[in-house]
Design a protein around this ligand. Structure first.
Ligand code: RM4
Ligand code: MN
Ligand code: MN
Length: 442
């Protein structure tokens, strides 16, 4: 983080930083144990013809964006229990992502939500991000809330609204968001539309779809050449009877009508219970229309829990399809949008995000162990038992030494959460920012 201290800070505080020597020292104390585990696993995998180093390389390359709205404490409609030392500004949110990235070297970008995070002056924001080795991921628009000085209300929808004036306002907002993104170097607009209806009869499904399509077409026309728009679907909430973009099929339909710059964004929590998400992923990738992912986990609905906390096997199965799909399309992982979209009600947001990133890398490493040839053969021979065994053998392998090795080699920590605690990062942030700070977001 060298150089950042010269930046004018809004609050005149000393920025919390994690230095490389602190990471190295901590790693030194853990290295011999880690190395024994890594060498042992490397040998075991070698016997199966798998090269540990290749997997480590792929893990090193995988970067997951952090959303600017996930750095503070989340809440539910019943309340919110504030944490301490939350970021008070966009600058401090970027600094928090910088801390994560220093620890795991896998969180190299931030995704902004407008208008929660409108950058004041662009250049200092870019400089700050660059000094922390961070890029700007997709920018997100917000037409699910009314803002203070907003002329027309989104109470009954935005891009799908029955009133053309409201639709116009929502379209203009999205175009404004693209402009902010262009200034920061983002390459995509991410749209999650909360539009829908709460009661039968309230909305004309067909008109709502057509209005939305027209609005999206206007937004699409405003995309720079090298930009994409991600269309995110969600089965319900905040509307409880219908949503305009309720599932991957509706989202795909919009994308197909819009053109090649529109792709479907899958948020793990946005499906009806027990949906086969891995199959959705396979189908979208087959059509070349998967934009990427919002990772989280859930037991019941859009719970936004830590990735891998509830259904790690599902996450693994999704990665089995992702890896297959990327190979088939000959596309590298950095050509997709990977982001964590979680909310932290009872955990320290930064610790929670570290857990989520680790879970993503673990699932990916496990999926990379799958012997594709053998699996295909088992499928062709209808050997159901063997097919299941191939997947479960991979899933039941403890791949954590691979993930640790990837973080270590890229300059990160062998145990990010332990180091975060050892350095008392949250306490430093508390001293720097105070107790009663509230980050903008949900
Ligand atoms: C929604 C959806 C969007 C996110 C908002 C905050 O449920 O997941 O991606 O931008 O929450
Ligand atoms: Mn999402
Ligand atoms: Mn969500």
């Amino acid at each position: 983080m060298a150089g950042c201290s010269n930046l004018p800070s809004l609050f005149n505080s000393i920025q919390m930083k994690i230095e490389q020597y602190q990471i190295d020292q901590h790693n030194d104390s853990l290295f011999s144990r880690h190395n024994n585990q890594y060498i042992f696993l490397q040998e075991q995998l070698g016997e199966q013809g798998i090269h540990a180093k290749d997997i480590v390389k792929q893990l090193e390359a995988f970067q997951v964006a952090i959303p600017s709205w996930a750095l503070g404490t989340g809440g539910t409609r019943f309340g919110r229990f504030s944490g301490v030392g939350e970021p008070r500004s966009l600058e401090e949110k970027i600094e928090d992502v910088g801390l994560l990235h220093a620890l795991n070297r896998s969180s190299g970008s931030i995704s902004l939500h407008i208008p929660w995070d409108i950058p004041g002056e662009t250049q200092p924001i870019i400089d700050l991000a660059t000094s922390l080795d961070l890029k700007f991921d997709a920018v997100n628009s917000n037409t699910f809330q009314d803002q203070k000085d907003q002329e027309l209300s989104y109470k009954y929808g935005s891009l799908s609204h029955v009133d053309a004036q409201v639709r116009k306002q929502a379209v203009e907002h999205n175009i404004e968001v693209i402009k902010h993104g262009v200034n920061l170097g983002s390459k995509a607009l991410s749209i999650w539309l909360s539009d829908g209806s709460c009661f039968p009869g309230q909305s004309n499904f067909v008109k709502a779809f057509q209005n939305t399509l027209e609005s999206l077409q206007e937004i699409y026309a405003a995309l720079p050449d090298d930009w994409k728009v991600y269309v995110e679907y969600k089965a319900y909430e905040p509307n409880f009877y219908s949503t305009v973009i309720q599932d991957w099929g509706s989202s795909l339909l919009f994308c197909q009508k819009l053109g090649p710059k529109a792709d479907v964004l899958v948020d793990l929590g946005h499906h009806l219970p027990n949906a086969n998400i891995e199959q959705i992923v396979a189908t979208l990738m087959m059509e070349g229309r998967l934009a990427g992912f919002h990772f989280n986990d859930s037991k019941y609905g859009d719970d936004d829990l830590t990735v891998g906390a509830i259904r790690p096997y599902q996450l693994f199965l999704i990665f089995v399809e992702l890896i297959e799909g990327m190979k088939r399309a000959n596309r590298a992982s950095d050509t997709y949008a990977w982001m964590i979209d979680a909310s932290h009600n009872v955990k320290d947001p930064l610790e929670d995000l570290l857990q989520s990133v680790e879970a993503i890398l673990i699932a990916q490493a496990q999926a990379l162990l799958v012997d594709r040839k053998k699996l295909e053969q088992a499928r062709n021979e209808n050997d159901v038992v063997l097919a299941q065994q191939i997947l479960q053998n991979a899933f039941r392998t403890d791949v954590r030494p691979l993930v640790r090795e990837a973080m270590r080699l890229s300059g990160g920590s062998l145990d990010p959460i332990a180091l975060y605690r050892h350095l008392g990062v949250r306490n430093e942030l508390l001293n720097e920012r105070g107790k009663l700070t509230v980050a903008t977001g949900l």
